[in-house]
Design a protein around this ligand. Structure first.
Ligand code: AP5
Length: 210
């Protein structure tokens, strides 16, 4: 199954993706994680991307698209993937469709995780992320429960950047909701409930329930 996760920053896309990956073994393609890895490795791409990410702006399409193409070609993505954080605008969505068509593949679902902005701001201000594996948890968790790595606060989870990321989402990414409605693959889940309740609905919506 090939899935795109949509939703505002902090809606819980990464959290739901982690659960789907653990249960079903899909490849998890998170452009945020790929970009953060490039930044910490100080690759040419990471150096170019860092200032955009710190400011809460979208990284230029050509940089992100090349990363995603490479990941879609990897063996682990051949049996199903979850795209988390990509596409982020219509140009990326159109490119994704044509790349998949060239591989004789297609998207099965675009899952929108919906959460109100005031909840988002609270979640992101208190989020901690594992420096090693990208696992996320609310503040208070200092050691990653998955790999034992150090939990830290992302630079773009500071209050001044969060509002800008929400504005970018509303102007550039939210139009994809209509785009995927038009392709008849949009599904929506209420993300403002306990993680496991959201996940139970995600499984149902994706017809993954036993
Ligand atoms: P990215 O890493 O993709 O960030 P994002 O979309 O802003 O999403 P987040 O990872 O912040 O949120 P999430 O929805 O995954 O929430 P999470 O599950 O962690 O992108 C970062 C930057 O990279 C961008 O700003 C841009 O610069 C660049 N970038 C990335 N992709 C790009 C692209 N395609 N094009 C251009 N630039 C790109 O949950 C958040 C918190 O809430 C956690 O603490 C979690 O524990 C908690 N939580 C989750 N679910 C629940 C729940 N149900 N109840 C209570 N708490 C919950």
């Amino acid at each position: 199954m090939n899935i795109v996760l949509l939703g505002a920053p902090g809606a819980g896309k990464g959290t739901q993706a982690q659960k789907l990956v653990e249960e079903f073994g899909f490849a998890h393609i998170s452009t945020g994680d790929l970009l953060r890895a490039a930044v910490s490795a100080k690759t040419k791409l990471g150096i170019q991307a860092k200032s955009y990410m710190d400011a809460g702006k979208l990284v230029p399409d050509d940089l992100v698209i090349s990363l995603v193409k490479e990941r879609l070609d990897a063996d682990d993505a051949k049996n199903g993937f979850i795209l988390d954080g990509f596409p982020r605008n219509t140009a990326q969505a159109v490119t994704l469709d044509s790349e998949l068509a060239a591989m004789d593949r297609r998207l099965d679902a675009a899952l929108l995780v919906s959460v109100e902005p005031d909840v988002i701001v609270k979640r992101l201000s208190s989020r901690r992320t594992c420096r090693n594996c990208g696992y996320t948890a609310p503040a208070g968790v200092d050691v990653c429960p998955r790999c034992g790595g150090e939990m830290y606060q992302r630079d773009d989870d500071k209050p001044e950047t969060i509002q800008h990321r929400l504005d970018v989402y509303n102007t550039q990414t939210a139009p994809l909701i209509e785009y995927y409605k038009g392709h008849s693959i949009l599904k929506e889940v209420d993300g403002d409930r306990p993680v496991d309740e959201v996940y139970a609905d995600v499984r149902k919506l994706l017809s993954l329930a036993c």
